[in-house]
Design a protein around this ligand. Structure first.
Ligand SMILES: [Zn+2]
Length: 426
């Protein structure tokens, strides 16, 4: 018997499939829609607010020598403002910021490939760059389809310093390098603001072990320009089907459903949940996360952020039920990270698109490459797994994070680098 209705899930996906960035009125609107959906089948839900840092940024980039041209850029939120007249400096292209790229960049404005990660940013700061340009999009994008996304210089990066940072289209970046830019000017004005984002939380009390909690997680926010159906309206509606199932079939253990806001700007919703539910967290035995789903051409994946025993169990269960998914033990870049960091093991389900047959974090993430049937493939895997563990006679998953996973979580959160930066600052 099927434990879900993929067409119903797909219809809901279409309804919430509009851009809903962290802290926006649209994000809140979808939170209210998810709450209303829960309540339509008798499940009470709460909307829990939390604060996020954001900023209003105006930015411009000019090449002054050996040619003159003004380029369209986006300024990074929370990056340093320039003086009103701008910051003029020599230009250097630093590729991937390897040591040999950074021998002579002190006081210069540097262009790097892609957007910044902690190790690169730290190196560029150490080398004394005065400003940073990053790139967005692809050379194949048509001008009118190249969306420069709003990004934020996250606190984890700012721990290593702060300079004006802007993002430019890939085609423009190539032109600047090819034409041999020597002197450039960045003008950036950043105004920090606080916004409110929201998690939607619902709970079904366990019939036999109400004190034991298993939570379902899926983020429902999207990035700018993206309708966010593949990432991650899909996970949101799959978990809604799970909520309907457990409402109709009361579970032995307490099941919590969490739809997280602001995942895309650094897992802010799940971090807020873990922080605001600290006392309750000791009762959370396990977390089930669903992030990306629905592509017609694709394949299912399971990442087990727990002991190896669970990996084997999942593998056997999939084979016994005839369900196809690749399995691995490891972390997954999503809302399961704050749980693992707090000692709660997790499992991550996703259906990833085949090469060239899916799009993420841009205007091409639309319903066009998704189907109800494909959504159902992941829903079936999630529910077959969840039903067995949540209703187990004895809960079989140890509440423990293995050493190798702990190391990966710490690496992912740049714990070592941040501790070093903090030590230096003191
Ligand atoms: Zn996602």
């Amino acid at each position: 018997m099927k434990k879900f209705d993929e067409q119903r899930a797909f219809d809901l996906l279409g309804k919430i499939g509009f851009t809903r960035i962290a802290g926006s009125p649209e994000e809140l609107k979808v939170a209210e829609m998810l709450k209303a959906e829960c309540e339509s089948f008798g499940l009470q839900a709460e909307i829990e607010p939390f604060e996020i840092e954001s900023a209003v940024v105006e930015a411009q980039l000019e090449v002054l020598e050996p040619y003159q041209k003004t380029y369209t850029v986006r300024g990074y939120q929370c990056s340093e403002s320039t003086p009103p007249e701008g910051l003029t400096a020599e230009f250097a292209y630093v590729e991937n910021a390897l040591p040999a790229n950074l021998t002579d960049v002190r006081g210069k404005i540097v262009l790097g490939n892609g957007f910044l990660r902690v190790p690169q940013f730290r190196s560029v700061m150490k080398a004394g760059a005065a400003g940073i340009i990053t790139i967005d999009g692809s050379l194949r994008d048509k001008l009118e389809e190249t969306d420069l996304h709003q990004r934020k210089l996250r606190a984890a990066l700012r721990a290593f310093g702060n300079v004006p940072v802007v993002m430019i289209r890939t085609a423009d970046a190539m032109e600047i390098v090819a034409k041999g830019a020597k002197k450039v000017k960045i003008t950036l004005k950043n105004e920090n603001v606080k916004l409110t984002s929201h998690n939607v939380i619902a709970e079904i009390k366990g019939t036999e072990h109400p004190e034991e909690i298993i939570s379902f997680g899926a983020h429902y926010d999207s990035v700018e320009f993206s309708k966010g159906v593949y990432d991650n309206g899909a996970g949101s509606v799959i978990n809604m089907e799970a909520a309907r199932w457990f409402m109709a079939h009361p579970p032995k253990r307490t099941v919590k459903f969490c739809w997280y806001g602001s995942e895309e700007i650094g897992l802010e919703g799940s971090k807020a949940f873990v922080r605001d539910h600290k006392d309750e967290l000791k009762d959370h035995l396990f977390m089930i996360n669903v992030d990306v789903g629905g592509p017609v051409l694709g394949y299912d994946n399971v990442a087990v952020t727990a002991g190896e025993e669970l990996l084997h169990y999942v593998d056997y269960l999939l084979k016994i039920k005839g369900l196809a998914a690749a399995t691995r033990q490891g972390i997954y870049s999503s809302d399961s990270i704050p749980f693992a960091d707090s000692g709660v093991p997790a499992i991550n389900f996703s259906r990833d698109g085949a090469q060239g047959a899916s799009f993420i974090h841009n205007r091409f993430d639309t319903m066009a490459f998704l189907s109800a049937e494909a959504l159902g493939k992941t829903a079936e895997i999630v529910l077959e797994f969840a039903d067995t563990v949540i209703n187990a006679a004895v809960f079989p998953i140890e509440r423990k994070i293995p050493e190798n996973i702990r190391e990966d979580v710490d690496k992912y959160l740049y714990k070592k680098e941040l501790a070093e930066a903090k030590e230096k600052a003191e």
